[in-house]
Design a protein around this ligand. Structure first.
Ligand code: DX5
Ligand code: ZN
Length: 211
């Protein structure tokens, strides 16, 4: 059964806590937190203090997607803020193996995100450190973009790569009922969705339409 992780990047930031509660009521499996530093991506969202402030609103796992330079400097604050999954971009650190070990030592699950142009060979030597691979199906930084079709063959290749490892494949960007079905068929275990969930008020209906 595919897991749905709505991304707060498309939510109403003035009522984040209420949005999280509404998503849980609507059947979300995880809450995707798009952390953007305005350097790795041309957008700035929110940091660990905000994550901490909404942690008590739900028991759902917090899935932190760090779109930040030098993530090794930030992983501890997100783990302390209550992030259950901490995913870093392979493109943002020369020491991926070390930062994944650090995430695990903090008691969180470790993920690697790959931009659309980054080859999956980037995770070849860290498969035993991973709980999650995040396949970016848009160029990170903004919600509401269109799904990059070549992501589908990449998802299938990564699914094969992680066979035999307890690693989930998550897809992030441009997910709607059509691209959701294609991503699931290609092997996706978790789908991140921003605009497809928040576009209209009926979160339950919108989440159901993605499964
Ligand atoms: C892009 C983010 C994605 C994206 C999801 O940088 O990582 O989570 O905002 O939004 P939609 O589903 O609208 O593409
Ligand atoms: Zn994301």
């Amino acid at each position: 059964m595919v897991l749905i992780a709505p991304s707060l990047v498309s939510s109403d930031f003035s009522i984040l806590k209420e949005e999280v509660i509404a998503l849980e009521k609507a059947g979300a499996d995880m809450i995707h937190l798009d952390i953007m530093d305005g350097r790795f991506v041309p957008n700035l969202t929110f940091g660990a203090p905000v994550v901490k402030s909404i942690r008590g609103a739900t028991k759902l796992p917090f899935d932190a997607h760090l779109m930040v330079e030098n993530p090794e400097l930030m992983v501890e604050s997100f783990a302390k803020a209550g992030a259950d999954f901490i995913t870093v971009h392979a493109e943002t650190t020369a020491h991926l193996d070390r930062v994944l070990q650090k995430i695990k030592s903090l008691g969180a699950k470790a993920g690697v995100a790959l931009n659309p142009s980054t080859d999956e060979s980037a995770i070849k030597y860290v498969l035993d450190r991973l709980d999650l691979v995040l396949v970016m199906s848009v160029n990170p930084g903004f919600g509401g973009q269109s799904f990059i079709q070549s992501s589908l063959e990449k998802i299938a290749r990564i699914k094969k790569m992680v066979k035999g490892y307890p690693v989930m494949v998550e897809v992030d960007g441009g997910i709607n009922p059509l691209t959701a079905a294609a991503s699931i068929a290609a092997g996706a275990d978790i789908l991140v969705a921003g605009s497809a969930v928040f576009k209209t008020g009926d979160y339950r209906q919108n989440i159901k339409a993605l499964r």
